[in-house]
Design a protein around this ligand. Structure first.
Ligand code: IPE
Ligand code: IPE
Ligand code: MG
Length: 257
């Protein structure tokens, strides 16, 4: 659905997070509750991805990162991993037209080179076809894990130092973070996890250092635009202090005469 600028959504009147990241959890439990195989939950989860991607755009969220497959998820039963990869390929094939029509740029984080060749091919194609769009970005976290990411970054940084391309004594976050797979992306403002679990499961541990966290019991296949708007409303009620005092971060009140 194209973005409508005419009637503001409720969340647009409050402060909308620029970058929302979501740990999409609960597909398996959604399926089990209905006596269905886990893969049915994943299929429904893909439908939710489409709904929530549109919803985010309609709410004015310019960047959305979705945790779709973790480094640890390879240890699931082979059939489930295969089915998830199949669904990912299907999703990418189906969504390309929509990304172009809605002017959404696709990006990924994670070790993409270890994904099946077919998935990689569709990812590269979609990324190239949407690279020129600047208004909305969808980031898929695939074969992603913060610990792997930081090990890879340390390795790349050490290699750059050895090659004389980086300075050993720099020691700044702005330099080091360029070696993370999120290079060029702003930190998430809000991290949402569905399904009632209250952990981060190796997701954006460094980038989320100052993110607001919202946990909802809703299972991912049941997550709606209203749930996303509720999480944004909760975000807007928080005070982000970044180590400062409340007085320091409060907007200055008008000077008294
Ligand atoms: C999230 O749902 C999808 C992935 C991790 C790929 P789960 O499959 O983890 O669902 P639960 O946690 O078993 O309900
Ligand atoms: C986190 O969910 C990974 C994704 C949503 C892709 P998991 O279901 O794999 O996490 P744990 O195992 O409950 O921590
Ligand atoms: Mg889970």
């Amino acid at each position: 659905m194209p973005h409508s600028a005419t009637r503001p959504e409720p969340a647009e009147r409050v402060q909308v997070p620029a970058h929302v990241a979501i740990i999409m959890d609960g597909n398996g439990r959604w399926a089990r509750a209905r006596g269905l195989p886990r893969i049915e939950g994943h299929r429904r989860g893909v439908e939710t991805v489409r709904t929530v991607t549109n919803a985010a755009r309609e709410l004015g969220i310019r960047m959305l990162t979705l945790y779709a497959f973790s480094v640890e998820n390879w240890q699931r039963p082979k059939d489930e991993v295969g089915a998830l990869m199949g669904l990912l390929e299907f999703y990418l094939k189906k969504e390309l037209q929509t990304f172009v029509q809605d002017r959404v740029r696709l990006r990924t984080i994670g070790r993409i080179d270890d994904l099946p060749a077919g998935v990689q091919k569709h990812l590269r194609h979609t990324i190239a076809e949407t690279a020129q769009f600047t208004d909305y970005t969808l980031v898929l976290a695939l074969n992603y894990g913060s610990r792997t990411e930081v090990v890879d970054a340390a390795h790349a940084y050490a290699a750059a130092v050895a090659a004389g391309q980086a300075k050993l004594n720099d020691r700044s976050w702005s330099t080091f973070s360029r070696y993370l797979s999120t290079d060029g992306l702003p930190d998430p403002d809000l991290i949402i996890r569905t399904s009632g679990e209250t952990r981060l499961s190796n997701f954006l541990l460094l980038q989320g250092a100052y993110a607001e966290l919202v946990f909802t019991p809703v299972l991912w296949p049941d997550f709606t635009k209203a749930d996303l708007a509720d999480a944004c409303a909760e975000y807007a009620r928080r005070e982000r202090r970044y180590g400062l005092t409340s007085e320091q971060v409060k907007p200055a009140s008008p000077a008294t005469p």
